[in-house]
Ligand binder design. Structure first.
Ligand code: NDP
Length: 307
């Protein structure tokens, strides 16, 4: 009887060969993950030394982007920004290629790049990476990538795409991966702003940041599920549904937050833009609701966001 633990691991299906354009921090992590899983990888980087460093780990190094693209049907692009993608692929024949763009961009970048690739005879998938390089290829890290664009491309390469990180396909609209990515990053930015303010408040006191951090993490974790109530209120359009913390109470509480900042000698500049919106929404008569409806004030089409 074969000892399963020592038997050589023979893949049931051959590993899809692929090309990676970009051997920066993220591109390198992606290449390593695919190599480790047994995929033949061709890599190109504008500065050759970064690609050549991966040759010792088994990657084939292409001298030009055109040579790299010609080498494999599946082409992953992970460059600095959308302009780099245009520069690297300028004049390169994309006919019959499956182009997967993991370069961070805006929704409009994704849509324009999809039209650009399709006009050049390629299928196109845009991606937004929700991870930092050490999480790539690390089991259980929680890393994943939003994908949008060609559903057939995604379905055909799903297993290969799942090697470096989890996959979440969010629609045929090529702008949706970037939109999901940037929406999450934007929420994170607000969270980091609050964290900076909180650390500033305690900074000059006899409170160790290391003692305070676990309290901060658990409070933010406890508050995070409130997004589900907000979603339910947005979906029904009923901002008064199942109210937990009404806006009038929250605005009154803001005065305490601002006075505390002043007492501690801390600038309130990270708090005041949000508090200003709360006051405007209160003035529009939403004091008995949660703050959810404030998203309407951010809608530039409403004509009031820049007031
Ligand atoms: P790096 O700065 O480490 O690498 C940038 C890459 O882009 C290099 O390969 C660089 O080539 C290349 N590049 C820049 N300009 C051009 C150009 N004009 N023409 C051709 N190639 C160019 O960035 P990362 O690898 O970290 O990031 C790559 C993408 O991944 C970005 O869009 C980033 O937003 C995204 N990402 C990164 C994360 C991270 O934590 N690192 C997290 C999530 C997404 P060269 O070596 O020649 O300079």
């Amino acid at each position: 009887m074969t000892d399963k633990t020592s038997a050589p691991r023979i893949p049931l299906t051959p590993h899809t060969p692929l090309t990676v354009l970009g051997a920066g921090a993220m591109g390198t992590a992606l290449v390593r993950a695919w190599l480790a899983a047994g995929h033949p990888v061709t890599v190109w980087n504008r500065t050759p030394a970064r690609a050549e460093a991966l040759a010792a780990e088994g990657a084939a190094v292409a001298r030009t982007a055109a040579e790299a693209v010609a080498g494999n049907r599946l082409v992953i692009v992970c460059l600095l920004d959308d302009a780099s993608v245009g520069a690297a692929l300028d004049g390169v024949d994309l006919t019959g290629r499956d182009l997967v763009n993991l370069t961070t961009g805006t929704p409009a970048d994704g849509r324009a790049r999809a039209a650009w690739a399709t006009a050049r005879g390629a299928r196109f998938l845009d991606g937004g990476i929700m991870a930092v390089p050490p999480m790539i290829g690390a089991a259980g890290s929680g890393a994943y990538v939003f994908y949008s664009g060609s559903r057939t491309l995604f379905d055909e390469h799903r297993d290969t795409l799942a090697v470096p990180a989890g996959t979440r396909y969010v629609g045929e609209d090529a702008g949706f991966a970037a939109l999901h990515d940037v929406a999450l990053l934007s929420a994170m930015t607000g969270m980091f702003a609050g964290v900076s303010h909180a650390f500033a408040l305690i900074r000059r006191e006899a409170i160790a940041p290391g003692d305070f951090a676990p309290l901060l993490a658990s409070w933010l974790t406890a508050m995070a599920p409130s997004v589900h109530l907000a979603a339910a209120q947005l979906e029904t359009g009923d901002y008064g549904k199942d109210v937990v913390s009404n806006l009038a109470m929250q605005v009154a509480g803001n005065a305490t937050l601002l006075r505390t900042a002043e007492e501690q000698g801390v600038s309130a500049e990270l708090l005041t833009p949000y508090m200003g919106l709360m006051e405007r929404w209160l003035a529009e008569g939403h004091g008995e609701e949660d703050a959810t409806g404030m998203v309407e004030l951010l809608d530039l089409g409403r004509g009031g966001a820049s007031a």
